[in-house]
Ligand binder design. Sequence first.
Ligand code: ADP
Ligand code: MG
Length: 410
Amino acid sequence: MGRRARTLADLAAADLNGTGVLVRVDFNVPLDEGGEVTDATRVDATLPTVRALAEAGARILLVSHLGRPDGQRDPAASLAPVARVLSERLGAPVSFLEAPPGSTGLTSAARNVAAGDVALLENIRFHPGETRNDPELAGALADLAEVFVGDAFGVAHRAHASNVGAARAIREKGGPVVVGRLMEKELRFLREALKAPERPFVAVLGGAKISGKIELIEAILPQTDAVLVGGAMANTFFKALGLEVGRSLIEPERVEMARELLDRAGERLVLPVDAIVAEALEPEASARSADRDAVGPNDRIGDIGPATRALFDRQIRAAGTVLWNGPMGVFEMPPFAEGTFAVARSIAEATGRGALTVVGGGDSAAAAEAAGVADRMSHISTGGGASLDLMAGKALPGVDVLDTVDGDDE
Ligand code: ADP
Ligand code: MG
C-alpha cells in the first residue's frame, strides 16, 4: 500500500465542528472593466469543498489570490466581487474580510465567523510576503485557524505563504493539513491518466511557446504512443527540419533542442503536414492552407491545416487516453480557429467512445468551451502550470505539503 493525501473525509466530525478552517482556494477569476466576474468556473469548482465544510459546521476562512498586484493593495484586483458571486452561488452570506493578516481587525473578524459560516479574505497577493513564502505572513494566516485545507490546484506548483507556509505552520501547531475536494479530483484525473493509461495514449500539445513545454514533451514521450504537436510550437520543429516558416512565431534558441527531440522521438512525435497561413495574424486576415513545404517567405503560420486536422483526428479517435494542452492555432481569431476546434471535437468524440480525456491549460480550456464541447471532456483542469508540472513529473509544493495517510490514490 502506498501513501495518499489525507482528505476531508479522513477527519472526524469533531475535528471540524466549530473549528476554524483555513482553505486556500483558487479564485483567480477574470474580471471585466467594471470589476465584475466574467467567468465563475473557478468559484463553482470550489463549491463542493465549501459546502462539505459548512455542513460539518466548520468556521470557514477562504484565502486566494487574484491577478498579479505585486505585493501592493490594488482596488482593481480586489476579491470583493468574488465574495458576492460566491454568496449567490452558496445562497448564503459570505463575509469579506479586508483587514490584513497579522492585524487585530482580522483576528477578531475571523473569530466572529460562526460555525457553518463562510468568510473570504482580501487578495493575499496585496502582501509582498505571499510569493516570497514569508514566515511572518504564513504564521499570521496560520494563527487564524486550526485546520488547513489545500484546494488551490492552480498554484500547487508554487511555494507561497498561503498554500505552503501557512499549511506547514498549522501542522507545526498540531493541526491537520488536508486536501480539498477540487484538488483531490484534479490529482485523481491527472495521475490516473499518467499512471496506467489506457492505450493508445495520445498527447496533443500546442500553444505559443515551446520553452515552457519542452520538459513536458521530454517527460511524456516515453510514456505516450503519440505526441501530436500543433500551435506555434510546431513552427520551431519545422525550422529544425529545415523548412521555410516565413515570418511565423518561432523560438530560435530552441531549434537545436527541437532537432534533438525529433531525432530521439522518431515516429512518435507527429508534426503537422500542412498549415493555415496569412500575411498577418489578424481577425480579418485572408488566410489560405498550404502544405508545410509550401510556406512562403512572407507567410505567418496561424493554425494547422485540413490534412493535419484529419491526421490528428485519426490518432485521437483510436486513443484510449488523451491529454491535451495548448491550442493548435490562434483560435481567438476566426481564420485560425478551426484546427483547435476540430481537435477539441475529436477529443470530445473520443470521450464518447470511452477514452479518458484530460485538458490542461487556461487557453485550451477556453478553446474547449468556445468549441461547445467542454462538458464532453472527462476532466478540464483548473490549473495550467500545475497540470503541466505534474504531467512533466515535477514536484508540486502545494501537494507535497499535505498530510499523507496509508492508502492508494484512487
Ligand atoms: P494554454 O493556456 O492552454 O496552456 P498556451 O498559453 O501555451 O496554452 O498557448 C495559447 C496561445 O497560443 C493562444 O493565445 C494562441 O493564440 C497561441 N498560438 C497558438 N498557435 C499559434 C501560432 N501558430 N502563432 C502564434 N500564436 C499561437
Ligand atoms: Mg495560456
